[in-house]
Design a protein around this ligand. Structure first.
Ligand code: GLN
Length: 484
């Protein structure tokens, strides 16, 4: 049988419908791909082929995603499967229920399959904070895949998943998508239900798709989006067809270039690839307009106050009583709490809990948390003003190429700065998507560069249309430009 693992979701479905192959054969291709390639990549923490085979054997290919396996970040609950958030704290946790996105995928005929590695509790930018394993960048296995959804991006890039789900609190879908050369969309806040996503920072978290093409992300969004009575922050909007603007071109599209996103200190090769891609957009008829987002410089600081504050509250539930690892033979209750948390959490998670507890503590709340919320409003207004003049913004996704494993683990500040171009999107609640836009050759290896399109809140359909127009005209076949 042919190797089907290189197909896009769209091609897979067309093949099912033509009768070229069956969902079971597609799954078998994936199993073979995983057995041969995942040992070098480490994208999967676990996978249950038995259950997936049963689902594939009875899949209804006429459903919107009938028979399509979708790999899942370890932070999203799938009933009966481990959901460990790559943490020792949840080492033995088995999900008692499906997240809403998983129920929706199942109802659409898709097969949620496998658990993808991530930074512990989604805190990180390299997937090195996983308590269980490293994930390697398929383009150069000496490098990180990005994070925190590193497994979600590395699996799609290494053809061990057709598409995956990730979560994005400050860039965790877009940055790994950029560093692995795939497409990743962070939907607007409220677009997708977070019910069943283990919470990191509840005012920032969103679930979204990673895939090899913009079209595949749009098809997945048609299933993932929508109001959910179990998540009061999900918005009640009329059903939308996110594929509606695909197939257009860039003529007349107004693209804003935020000048604060082209700064000294970023990798000049990344910058030149992104600039060339923007020039390409202009050659295709887009109008380029320089805009300013003056509060950008504060985004990383604001994020690391708000995200850690929310994380410290959300992670209080992992105390060995309600959830999580329980220390042996505690002397008393306090010892029980302290040792359970000490043993269960890794060092980055502890750092965030301590930071978050500090910024919320009495006497410091006004100076840090409250002030950060005010600056968050200014950041949101920057975007609102820019969107008065343009349809979307275009900028780099990450200031750097994928870095070497171990290079930044001792320097948290440097790691945090890698999020500089992705974080403001979450603070503002708008949508953002990363697409591959070129490669840099280094030591005989090609390393992908990602470019970000950012759109108004709830403007995903237009954003996907713009990204798709870029993708089809840029001369880089996303679906085939995969590592050897
Ligand atoms: N890298 C950022 C952090 O460490 C973003 C993570 C995310 O989006 N989950 O917090």
């Amino acid at each position: 049988m042919n190797d089907l693992s290189t197909l896009t979701v769209h091609e897979l479905q067309a093949g099912f419908r033509r009768g070229d192959f069956t969902p079971l054969e597609a799954l078998e291709s994936l199993e073979n791909a995983i057995s041969s390639r995942d040992p070098q990549i480490g994208a999967y923490l676990s996978r249950d082929f038995e259950t997936a085979r049963a689902a594939a054997a009875s899949a209804d290919i006429l459903l919107p995603l009938g028979g399509v396996p979708i790999a899942i970040k370890d932070a999203i609950n799938v009933q009966g499967e481990p959901c460990r958030c790559a943490s020792k704290m949840l080492e033995n946790f088995i999900s008692p229920y499906d997240a809403t996105v998983i129920s929706k995928l199942r109802a659409a005929g898709a097969i949620p399959f496998g658990r993808l590695n991530m930074d512990e509790f989604a805190m990180g930018s390299s997937t090195e904070n996983s308590a269980f394993q490293k994930t390697r960048n398929p383009w150069d296995t000496g490098r990180i895949p990005g994070g925190s959804s590193g497994g979600s991006a590395a699996s799609v890039a290494s053809r061990t998943a057709f598409a995956s789900l990730g979560s994005d609190t400050g860039g965790s879908i877009r940055q790994p998508a950029a560093l692995c050369g795939v497409v990743g969309l962070k939907p607007s806040y409220g677009r997708v239900s977070r019910y069943g996503l283990v919470a990191f920072a509840s005012s920032l978290d969103q679930i979204g798709p990673l895939a090899r093409t913009t079209r595949d992300c749009a098809s997945l969004m048609n299933i993932l989006a929508g109001k959910d009575s179990r998540d009061s922050t999900s918005l009640d909007l009329p059903a939308e067809d996110f594929t509606a603007a695909l197939g257009r071109d860039l003529r007349g599209v107004k693209l804003g270039i935020p000048k604060e996103y082209f700064v000294d200190g970023m990798d000049t090769r990344v910058r030149s690839r992104v600039e060339a891609a923007i020039a390409h957009c202009e050659s295709q008829g887009a109008e380029l307009i320089e805009v300013s987002l003056p509060h950008t410089a504060y985004a990383v600081g604001v994020y690391y106050i708000i995200a850690t504050a929310e994380a410290s509250a959300n992670l209080a539930r992992f105390d060995g009583v309600r959830y999580g690892h329980r220390a042996d033979h505690p002397r008393d209750l306090l010892d029980h709490y302290m040792r359970s948390r000490e043993e269960g959490f890794g060092s980055e998670v502890k750092r965030r809990i301590i930071l978050g507890t500090y910024v919320l503590s009495s006497g410091y709340y006004d100076a840090y948390y409250l002030r950060a919320q005010k600056v968050r409003t200014l950041i949101r207004r920057d975007f609102e003003q820019a969107f008065e003049k343009v349809d979307a913004l275009v900028c780099p996704t990450s200031p750097d190429l994928a870095f070497r494993i171990g290079e930044r683990t001792d320097d948290p500040l440097r790691m945090y700065l890698a999020d500089i171009f992705t974080i403001a999107t979450n603070l503002a609640g708008i949508c953002g998507l990363s697409v591959p836009c070129g490669f840099v050759e280094e030591n005989g290896r090609s390393l992908p560069v990602g470019m970000q399109f950012l759109g108004r809140a709830l403007d995903e359909t237009r954003l996907l249309g713009i990204a798709d127009a870029y993708e089809r005209s840029c001369g880089l076949d996303f679906a085939r430009a995969l590592p050897k």
